[in-house]
Design a protein around this ligand. Structure first.
Ligand SMILES: *Cc1c(COP(=O)(O)O)cnc(C)c1O
Length: 404
């Protein structure tokens, strides 16, 4: 069954992913089941999209209740679900106005448009000269404009010509950021912790200094918290670790409560007011189904104290990972329940670790060939973490080259 299903998917689906050979059919909380009934602990959470856990009862209820009333009608009309959702979002982020979209990349595109318009209309940058500073190793999505400023050759090969107007600086380097700012810089777009780059945590204090620099030079600080936000790092938003607030914030993934795509760009009123009817839009953005689910996703994060849980259990898991004595591990890093374990490429591939974890009932995915990601749903328990650590220890012992 599994082999035939995989073969068929490989026949009819484009090969833009390289999945592990498991066919999933069901999920509940932190657990997933394959087509043979085997059970797996989900250490991926769909890149943070499933932070609430699979099939959370409150989110399933919000989804089905709203679907049976009104699901889609476009923003050609007002709906009774959008305002409560966006009010909650503004309230939680401390920002003023939100623009709802669907996927993360669309919300990033929205932020880019907002930053450029602000640059021309408020900062008086000459037409078509606006520059946005981005970080080396960034991941902001897959549209042609967004890959234009990716530093990963695989993301770009033969997809040009690329969108101009982006300047790259090393991640976590405050001097490089200051040197890159020109009178034409409208924004610094960055992840507070780089997810796809391998869960790269910048030096403490860097984001705070970056925020001060942006303020000093009249540059917007726009944070992409699509993956780091909504409790993943042990705070509701990663920017809270440094006591700052961005001018614009991009959210997605967990905003959809693990049941559908919901994203948003949230910003100060003076930035968002530069959008007028006709300047931007999305057929599905802010639809009643998404708004009802988004609101419930936010409320559930608060009610279940999932950010606090991520801080506590993340520290617990980090301690356990750090205590593992294996030559294969070169680094353990992260914040909250978002941890990357770097594997020495001379001894084993991260992929081989993931394949062996899968055989033992843990699903994770390597990122950038050398890092194994541990990002479970935030509802995971201490006992489940203990079990996963035991499995990882066994896998590392199996892969460890025997002393000659
Ligand atoms: C996943 C991700 C995106 C893109 O989101 P999609 O929903 O896949 O378009 C953008 N930025 C960051 C930081 C992400 O992790």
């Amino acid at each position: 069954m599994t082999n035939r299903t995989i073969q068929k998917e490989n026949t009819f689906c484009a090969h833009n992913y390289k999945p592990l050979p498991v066919v999933l059919t069901r999920g509940k909380g932190v657990w997933l089941w394959d087509d043979a009934g085997n059970k797996y602990l989900d250490m991926m959470s769909a890149y943070s999209a499933v932070s609430h856990g699979h099939g959370h009862p409150r989110l399933i209820k919000a989804l089905t209740d709203q679907a049976s009333k009104l699901a889609i009608c476009s923003r050609a009309f007002y709906t009774d679900t959008l305002a409560p959702f966006l009010e909650k979002l503004c309230d939680m982020t401390g920002l003023d106005v939100a623009l709802p979209m669907n996927t993360g990349a669309e919300a990033v595109e929205t932020a880019i448009k907002a930053a450029r318009r602000w640059g021309y209309r408020m900062k008086k940058i000459p037409q078509n000269k606006a520059e946005i500073i981005v970080a080396h190793g960034n991941f902001h999505g897959r549209t042609t404009t967004i890959i234009s400023f990716s530093s990963d050759a695989d993301y770009k090969a033969d997809f040009g010509p690329f969108t101009p107007g982006f300047v790259e600086v090393p991640y976590g380097d405050i001097a490089a950021l200051e040197a890159a700012i020109t009178p034409n810089t409208c924004a610094f777009l960055v992840e507070p912790i780089q997810g796809e780059a391998g869960i790269v945590v910048p030096p403490a204090g860097w984001l705070k200094k970056a925020a001060e620099l942006c303020k000093k030079h009249n540059v917007l600080l726009i944070l992409d918290e699509i993956q780091s936000g909504l409790g993943r790092t042990g705070k509701m938003f990663a920017f809270e670790h440094e006591g700052i607030r961005p001018d614009g914030l991009i959210l997605g993934k967990a905003l959809g409560g693990g049941v559908m795509p919901v994203s948003a760009f949230v910003a100060r009123k003076d930035i968002m007011d530069l959008f007028n009817p006709g300047s931007h839009g999305s057929t599905f953005g802010g639809n009643p189904l998404a708004a009802a689910v988004g609101l419930e996703a936010l409320k559930t994060l608060e009610d279940e104290k999932l950010a606090e849980r991520s801080a506590k259990l993340g520290a617990y898991m980090m301690g356990k990972l750090n205590a593992i004595n294996s030559r294969l591990i070169t680094d353990v890093r992260g914040k909250g329940l978002w941890i990357g374990v770097a594997i020495d490429p001379k001894l084993a591939t991260a992929r081989s670790v993931c394949e062996k974890l899968m055989e033992r009932g843990i699903l994770s995915k390597e990122t950038h060939e050398t890092v194994v990601r541990f990002a479970p749903p935030l509802v995971i328990t201490e006992a489940e973490i203990d079990w996963s650590i035991d499995q990882l220890k066994e896998v590392l012992a199996e892969l460890e080259p025997k002393a000659a």
